[in-house]
Design a protein around this ligand. Structure first.
Ligand SMILES: Nc1ncnc2c1ncn2[C@@H]1O[C@H](COP(=O)(O)OP(=O)(O)OP(=O)(O)O)[C@@H](O)[C@H]1O
Length: 234
C-alpha cells in the first residue's frame, strides 16, 4: 500500500508499445482496483504478454503511463523499477521458473531474503506459506522432485510470501493437465484473495479465466471487450 489509505489501483493510461514495425499495444487504458482478479485473453499475437509486461514494469511503454497507486511505474529508472517489481509484485510463470538447485523452502524465501529479511525469518515465513498451500513436509524437496502442480504451488507461495500488491501470472496452468490446472487456479485465486493482492493473468483457456472476476479481451493491440465474469469464483 502507498502511504495514504487509498486502495492501490494498478492503472495504464494510453499506453502504446511497438517492436520495430510491429504495433503490439495501441493506446490502451485500464484501471485494476486493489484485490480484483483479471484474466487477459485474446488471439495469439494480439498483445496480451506485452500488456502484462508493461503493467508489471518488465517493459516500459513507448507512450503513456503505468501507475500503481501514486507511483508512476513506467517513469522510474531501471533500478527503481526492478526494486518496485521485487517489493510490490509477485510473478507466476507457465513453468514455475523455480531455481532447480534450491529446495522448495529456499525458493519461496528468496523474495524475503532479497528484501533484507533474516534467513531465519524468511525460512519460517516460507514454511508457513508452503503449509498453507498444502505442501507441508515437502519443504526440503528440490523442484525436480515435485510434480508440475506441486511446483506451481511453490511458485505461488514465492509470488505471495512478501505480501505483494499485485500478482502477475502468465499462462500459470499452461504446462499442466486439466485437473491439476483446475486445482492450481483454485489455489492461486483463493490465496491471492486471502492475501488481499490483485491478480492479473494471461490465459488462452476459458476455464482458467472463469476463476477471475473480470475478463479483458485484447484484439489487434487494443482492448476489444472488458466485462465482469458472472459466477466468477473470486
Ligand atoms: N521481442 C519482440 N520482438 C519483436 N516482436 C515482438 C516481440 N515480442 C512480441 N512481438 C510481437 O508483438 C505482437 C504482440 O506480441 P505478444 O507476445 O504481446 O502477444 P500475445 O497475445 O501474448 O501472443 P501469444 O498468445 O502468442 O503469447 C506480436 O505480433 C509479436 O510477434
Amino acid at each position: 500500500m502507498t502511504t495514504t489509505d487509498a486502495p492501490t489501483t494498478l492503472a495504464a493510461r494510453g499506453i502504446s508499445k511497438s517492436y520495430g514495425d510491429v504495433r503490439a499495444l495501441a493506446d490502451v487504458s485500464i484501471d485494476i482496483p486493489r484485490g480484483q482478479s483479471v484474466a487477459i485473453m485474446g488471439p495469439s499475437g494480439s498483445g496480451k504478454s506485452t500488456l502484462l509486461h508493461c503493467l508489471s514494469g518488465i517493459l516500459v511503454p513507448d507512450a503513456g503511463v503505468v501507475s500503481l497507486g501514486e507511483d508512476a511505474v513506467s517513469a522510474l529508472r531501471d533500478k527503481q523499477r526492478s526494486l518496485l517489481r521485487r517489493r510490490r509484485f509477485g510473478f507466476v510463470f507457465q513453468d514455475g521458473q523455480l531455481l532447480p538447485e534450491l529446495p522448495a523452502r529456499e525458493n519461496v524465501a528468496l523474495p524475503l531474503l532479497l528484501g533484507g529479511k533474516s534467513r531465519m525469518e524468511a525460512l519460517a515465513a516460507a514454511d508457513q506459506w508452503l503449509a498453507r498451500l498444502g505442501l507441508a513436509g515437502m519443504e526440503a524437496r528440490r523442484p525436480g522432485e515435485l510434480s508440475g502442480g506441486q511446483a506451481q504451488r511453490v511458485a505461488i507461495a514465492r509470488a505471495l510470501v512478501h505480501g505483494p500488491d499485485v500478482v502477475f501470472a502468465d499462462e500459470p496452468t499452461g504446462a499442466l493437465d486439466q485437473a491439476t490446472g483446475h486445482e492450481v487456479m483454485q489455489v492461486l485465486t483463493t490465496t491471492t484473495a486471502m492475501a488481499g493482492s490483485t491478480l492479473v493473468l494471461v490465459t488462452h483457456d476459458d476455464e482458467v479465466a472463469g476463476w477471475c472476476q473480470r475478463l479483458v479481451e485484447i484484439r489487434d493491440a487494443m482492448i476489444h471487450a472488458d466485462q465482469p465474469i458472472t459466477g466468477g469464483t473470486r
